[in-house]
Design a protein around this ligand. Structure first.
Ligand code: HEM
Ligand SMILES: CC(C)=CCC/C(C)=C/CC/C(C)=C/COP(=O)(O)OP(=O)(O)O
Length: 299
């Protein structure tokens, strides 16, 4: 049952405030980093690149990601209302009617998927459709049932750089799959950390995330192990000749830093919320800097 603040029902809202909430449905901060990974895949892929295809790829991806997030917020509006982190989102707070999120989530892909197919290629549009489907239909309901949802959610999260790659090459090959693997592995420590410092909130919402189900100690161990795994996976780009020595150096240093901090988690006691929050922020810095290195030292 969603509680709607009385003031929000009575007061008419400005079009700007409504527009801001519609944009918020698309989770713009997360979507921005997703788009950086798409741009990275496009930048590294071998073949012909041009501004028109790049613009179509980024605009189409932004619209499908926005739609995926709007549908996720539509489906989770009751759960979001139970959790501190999400209760002020436009739907649980009652600032937007759920039908708006549903219309945005179903409407945008009708425009963006055919546009991606026409202006990039069929492989890229099919990957976008797969990411949308796996995020909304598989991952979102699975969060309430199993901590393994993390591995399902990491699939749509890893598809955008592959879309950037296929927008140039039109096919799935080793280079694109290496970028997919990099993003897939990065999401594991990213979310294991979050699940620790937000454990109470997730439990309140009835979501069976890793730290809720397996406890803090196991989560810290897995966070350390998966951050170590990122080092060889990120270095795979070197033998595949996607990036040069400067990237290699950056990947080794950034990976060493992240895994080094991850390993200090093994000596923490209890929930170690401050450690987990710092580790989450480090995952964001790691990915941003790694893609900056790719920009400079990519093929
Ligand atoms: C299994 C996959 C993922 C899960 C479960 C997940 C979950 C989350 C959650 C719950 C937060 C909020 C943390 C907080 O409020 O303290 C967050 C933040 C963030 N995530 Fe992820 N994430 C995943 C994948 C990704 C991917 C693929 C990207 C982009 C490439 C990404 C980028 C971000 C960014 C930029 C933030 C900080 C901005 C914000 O809180 O809005 N995440 N993530
Ligand atoms: C092309 C395309 C559609 C790509 C998908 C990109 C995408 C939405 C990646 C995010 C992956 C993910 C599992 C985020 C967490 O959602 P959550 O539901 O756990 O987060 P929340 O609790 O903040 O709602």
């Amino acid at each position: 049952m969603i509680q709607v603040p009385i003031a929000e029902v009575l007061q008419p809202r400005s079009p700007l405030a409504v527009a801001r909430d519609v944009v918020a449905l698309g989770k713009p901060r997360l979507a921005s980093l997703v788009l950086c990974t798409t741009a990275g895949g496009y930048w590294l892929a071998p073949g012909h690149r041009d501004a028109r295809t790049a613009a179509a790829l980024l605009a189409g991806t932004a619209l499908v990601v926005g739609a995926a997030n709007a549908l996720n917020e539509f489906l989770e509006r009751d759960v979001d209302a139970l959790m501190r982190r999400t209760r002020d989102r436009p739907l649980p707070a009652g600032r937007l009617d759920p039908s708006v999120a549903l219309a945005v989530g179903l409407g945008l892909p009708c425009l963006a998927l055919p546009a991606l197919a026409l202006l990039t290629n069929g492989v890229t549009a099919s990957l976008a459709a797969l990411a949308l489907f796996s995020y909304v239909v598989l991952y979102t309901p699975m969060k309430q049932r199993s901590s393994l949802a993390l591995f399902v959610g990491a699939v749509p999260g890893a598809i955008p750089p592959l879309m950037g790659w296929t927008a140039v090459t039109g096919r799935l090959d080793a280079g694109g799959l290496a970028l997919f693997a990099l993003l897939f592995c990065w999401q594991l420590p990213h979310f294991l950390a979050i699940s620790m410092y937000l454990k109470e909130d997730y439990a309140r919402g009835g979501l069976r995330v890793f730290a809720v189900v397996h406890g803090d100690r196991a989560t810290r161990t897995w966070a350390a192990a998966t951050s170590l795994l990122l080092i060889p996976v990120s270095l795979l780009l070197l033998p595949l000749e996607l990036a040069g020595p400067l990237y290699g150096l950056a990947a080794a240093l950034l990976g060493g830093g992240l895994a080094g901090y991850g390993l200090t988690g093994l000596w923490q006691r209890g929930a170690a919320n401050r450690w987990a929050r710092n580790f989450f922020l480090l995952t964001l810095a790691y990915l941003t800097l790694l893609f900056a290195a790719l920009l400079v030292s990519g093929r």
